[in-house]
Write a protein that binds this ligand. Structure first.
Ligand code: FAD
Length: 383
């Protein structure tokens, strides 16, 4: 294995693994079909320290390594992808504040974020588009007492329960190139309006919302790291960990689907033998396990590179691309292995099939990941 956690990190991963097996898996199907917010499970995640994984110990967090963070995320997603989603954007914002925040921003937000008392969301996507971020239309105009923000963000996960939004917006709409006019503002809840919850295929229980900023006043010291115009670069770094987190979510969904398929293939008999003995079914299982292992190695490779402080956009993109496509394929093949029961809402396989596509689209679509990968391939190949 690429990464062997130290004893302390192993203990954290084990605790979360037990939480998933004992407390999440027995209730997930009911919560999923009720599309119910999992308040009790989120509360237990808070007590387990999940919201403080990336926060330095000085601010009350666990400060685990990025590979450990990925493995904890995988465990949560193995139980229910929605739980891993509930700590995903929050963790990216914690990473951004830890890496780029002013001392005052770190002291104001990180201790409460570590306990999960304060939860954070990240707002990049707009109704006009999520891929072409430099074309965004949300603008923060500087005045005497700070900024006034106008614009609409959409598909913002956890927006209703977040007390803080890391908002990507333009502080200089005329800048050339446009990314030099982009900043991240740390905007506290109460000033903006969460206008509606968006209905979705999967990722149930956790809200994704449209958020309206209508002449919202924001103090001047809300600019992340007091670095006006540096927001695009800051967010791109944040998205490296965001994409590793999404890859890890895909690993969890893929692992759950493989586990269920393995179990079912040993119980279910046709033609007098367990179905895994039919070569077609056996081949599905072998391919699922092989591609899942490759996806895990790619994810840990990207996490290890980011942990070492290197640029990891290509590696995070590869991990997110491969792991999400793998999860989708494994979910589909697990459905085949289950025959008609794979289509039943009384089994979990249909949920994996609905959850897997989010990892293909979210945190930058896989088409965008390929663009990033090829640009880096060319840049790193120049002699
Ligand atoms: C459940 C859910 C939760 C989400 N949570 C968040 C969140 O918390 N915060 C947030 O900011 N966003 C969030 N998103 C938004 C997500 O990141 C965007 O949907 C995604 O980035 C794509 O943007 P878009 O939907 O506007 O698609 P578009 O940008 O309109 O793209 C449409 C299609 O064109 C392709 N395309 C576009 N440009 C190119 C190009 N240059 N090259 C090749 N193909 C291209 C895309 O890959 C896609 O296939 C969430 C989305 C969902 C569904």
């Amino acid at each position: 294995m690429l990464f062997e956690p130290a004893a302390e990190e192993r203990a954290i991963i084990d605790v979360v693994t037990r939480f998933v097996d004992d407390d999440v898996r027995p209730v997930v199907r009911d919560l999923e079909h009720a599309d119910a917010y999992p308040a009790d499970l989120i509360d237990r995640m808070r007590r387990l320290g999940v919201f403080g994984l990336l926060i330095p110990e000085a601010y009350g967090g666990a400060d685990v390594s990025i590979p450990c963070f990925a493995l904890v995320t995988e465990q949560l997603a193995r139980g229910w992808m929605s739980l891993a989603g509930a700590m995903g954007g929050h963790s990216v914002v914690a990473f951004l504040i830890r890496e780029f925040g002013t001392r005052r921003q770190r002291e104001r937000y990180l201790p409460r974020m570590a306990t999960g008392e304060l939860r954070a969301a990240m707002a990049l996507t707009e109704p006009g588009g999520g891929s072409d971020l430099q074309a965004m239309r949300t603008v923060a105009r500087a005045g005497r007492d700070g900024f006034v923000v106008d614009g609409v963000k959409t598909w913002i996960s956890n927006a209703r329960r977040a007390g803080l939004i890391a908002l990507l917006c333009k502080t200089d709409p005329e800048a050339d190139p446009p990314h030099k006019g982009v900043s991240v503002l740390l905007v506290e809840a109460g000033s903006y309006q969460v206008s509606r919850d968006l209905s979705k295929l999967g990722y149930k229980g956790v809200e994704a919302c449209e958020v309206v900023f209508d002449s919202v006043p924001v103090p001047a010291d809300a600019v992340l790291g007091a670095a006006t115009g540096a927001g695009f670069a800051q967010m791109m770094r944040g998205l490296e960990i965001g994409r590793i987190q999404v890859a890890a979510r895909a690993l969890g969904v893929g692992q759950a689907a493989l586990d269920d398929a393995l179990g079912y293939a040993q119980q279910r008999e046709t033609f007098g033998v367990p179905i895994w003995r039919h070569q077609s079914i056996g081949n599905y299982l072998a391919d699922m396990a092989t591609s899942l292992r490759a996806a895990r190695l790619l994810t840990l490779d990207a996490a290890t590179r980011l942990q070492a402080g290197h640029r990891a956009d290509m590696e995070a993109g590869m991990a997110k691309l491969f792991a999400s496509e793998t999860a989708m394929k494994i979910a589909m093949d697990a459905l085949r292995v289950h025959g008609g029961y794979g289509y039943s809402t009384e089994f979990d396989v249909e949920r994996y099939f609905r959850d897997a596509p989010l990892m293909i689209v979210g945190e930058g679509t896989n088409e965008i990941q390929r663009n990033i990968i090829v640009r880096q391939l060319i840049a790193r190949d120049r002699h």
